[in-house]
Design a protein around this ligand. Structure first.
Ligand SMILES: *Cc1c(COP(=O)(O)O)cnc(C)c1O
Length: 498
């Protein structure tokens, strides 16, 4: 399988090179030349398999430079003991036609682990296969969860360094604590005085700096990305949508030919894009429902075809979705424009220069055949957490709650009652302030720090605190640095000594 750029000005490369490079040299994102479609037999064959074998089948189509034996070994390590259940991504039914796909059973309690536990193996093997003696430096901008998952995935992995930039005041207390207490010789965690988009722009600017890249090369180093712009980060996420489908069938809620909906609380458009690819691969998905918080740029885009990043930025209780520029949308644009890299480049240039672009009517119609979108307010998010707990005795985090409320709006508007899976993107304990406020009441949670709330929430609900969050409070802070956005490049140079 060869990989091409959404902007059309990069030579086709193989999968290991795409994973090593992250972002295409022309500024675009890498895409496989074609999307394989599973036969009905191949699809039903997956019903017999567990997580790792399903992953081996799906990834085998795309990562053709790795032998099946090699993939098998990497998958066993990535999805073994680090996850607290052998199912890896259990599907919890709360009603006959509604299930939550729990993507937070990994070490850092958010869905990012599904990709980042594997990416370190994919990347170090890719480096070997390409004869790189070099050090691979992972540069990460995070709205909170990617950073920690990348740090855990790559800590003490020989031949790698991880440098994470997070918005200093844009992540939850627990997310921050998880990152600044990170152990590992090769980990660097830096706060940025700004929001996620500024951190992400800073990282993209460093990637695009040819001069710096030459210096890196001379120093025997190269950059890569652990953000969902990296194909190696995106493709492992396709796997769990196949697992959701087989889960519904095994629990008797769906027949193999029947279709189901997928709701994804969305920020950078990575997770929902993985769901979109699962559909292109032949999974019987009806609608992809894109759920946003008050940062509703994607709702407007899907409803009107206008992408307008010139808007207020809101800090919400679902901070991993506080994003105005959803990078992965570029891969969808490639399809919407009928695989036209010129048109994609034009849209991206318009976005960069004018902050806005508009789809044609034909493109908008195609978009709406596949996607439905809405957004929710902070109050509605809290209300959804409370409702799900009271109605189903089931605890969800604020991101997942955004998904639930948007699903209810979808149900009301369309009356479509077919089985639906909501991607549950984080453990409720990871974002427990919002959860505790919803479940225990506003009054009783005032002025309490996240760590006392963690214990109270667990005591009240009888749900155990995940291993990854236990003892976090008492861990020593190992990373203190905070910089301005314009100082990011200098910081990277200093860390790398170039
Ligand atoms: C990253 C993240 C999201 C957003 O996912 P995208 O792939 O960026 O759309 C949603 N919820 C949680 C908990 C996350 O960590």
């Amino acid at each position: 399988m060869k990989y091409i750029s959404t902007r059309g000005n990069s030579n086709p490369i193989n999968s290991t090179q795409a994973i090593l490079t992250g972002l295409a040299p022309d500024g675009g994102l890498f895409l496989p030349e074609s999307i394989p479609v599973l036969t009905p037999e191949e699809l039903t064959g997956l019903l017999e398999n567990g997580y790792q074998l399903t992953a081996e089948t799906i990834l085998g189509f795309y990562l053709t430079d790795y032998s099946p034996g090699e993939l098998e070994k990497m998958l066993a390590q990535a999805y073994g003991e680090k996850f607290d259940t052998p199912e890896v991504t259990p599907l919890t039914l709360v009603r006959d036609n509604l299930a939550f796909l729990e993507l937070w059973h990994g070490p850092t309690c958010a869905f990012k682990d599904l990709a980042l536990q594997l990416l370190s193996y994919l990347l170090t093997s890719a480096a070997r296969k390409n004869g790189l003696e070099k050090e691979v430096v992972l540069l990460v901008a995070t709205s909170g969860d990617t950073g920690k998952a990348a740090l855990e995935g790559f800590k003490n992995v020989p031949g790698t360094k991880v440098i994470v930039f997070y918005p200093e005041d844009g992540v939850s207390e627990i997310q921050k604590k998880q990152m600044v207490t990170q152990e590992g010789e090769n980990t660097f965690v830096i706060g940025v005085r700004g929001n996620f988009d500024q951190a992400q722009t800073g990282v993209k600017t460093i990637f695009a700096n040819r001069h710096l890249q030459n210096e890196m090369e001379q120093a025997g180093k190269s950059f890569s990305s652990a953000n969902s712009i990296n194909w190696g980060r995106l493709i492992p996420q396709v796997v769990y949508y196949f697992r959701a489908w087989s889960g519904l069938i095994k629990q008797g809620k769906l027949k193999p030919q029947e279709s189901f909906n997928i709701v994804v609380p969305t920020g950078n458009f990575g997770n929902i894009l993985a769901a979109y690819y699962s559909k292109k691969m032949g999974l019987p998905v009806n609608k992809l429902i894109c759920a946003s918080n008050s940062n509703n740029v994607l709702t407007e885009f899907i409803r009107t075809g206008v992408y307008d990043r010139k808007r207020s930025f809101y800090q919400t209780i679902s901070p991993s979705m506080d994003i105005l520029v959803s990078s992965n949308l570029e891969r969808l644009l490639y399809d919407l424009t009928g695989h036209n890299p010129r048109a994609v480049s034009d849209y991206m240039e318009k976005l960069r220069v004018e902050g806005i672009y508009k789809l044609t009517n034909e493109q908008l119609i195609v978009l709406n055949e596949g996607f439905w979108a809405d957004f929710v307010t902070e109050k509605e998010t809290t209300g959804a957490i409370k409702e799900v707990f009271e109605e189903f005795n089931y605890l969800i985090d604020p991101h997942t709650a955004v998904g639930y409320k948007v699903y209810k709006d979808y149900l009301k508007e369309t009356g479509d009652r077919r089985p639906t899976v909501i991607a549950s993107t984080a453990s409720p304990f990871k974002f427990n302030t919002g959860v505790a406020r919803a479940v225990l009441g506003e009054q009783s949670t005032l002025d309490q720090d996240e760590f006392s709330l963690l214990k109270r929430l667990s005591a009240f609900t009888g749900v155990k605190i995940p291993q990854g969050l236990m003892g976090l409070e008492d861990k020593p802070v190992l990373h203190q640095r905070v910089v301005n956005p314009e100082e990011m490049e200098g910081t990277v140079r200093e860390i790398l000594g170039i």
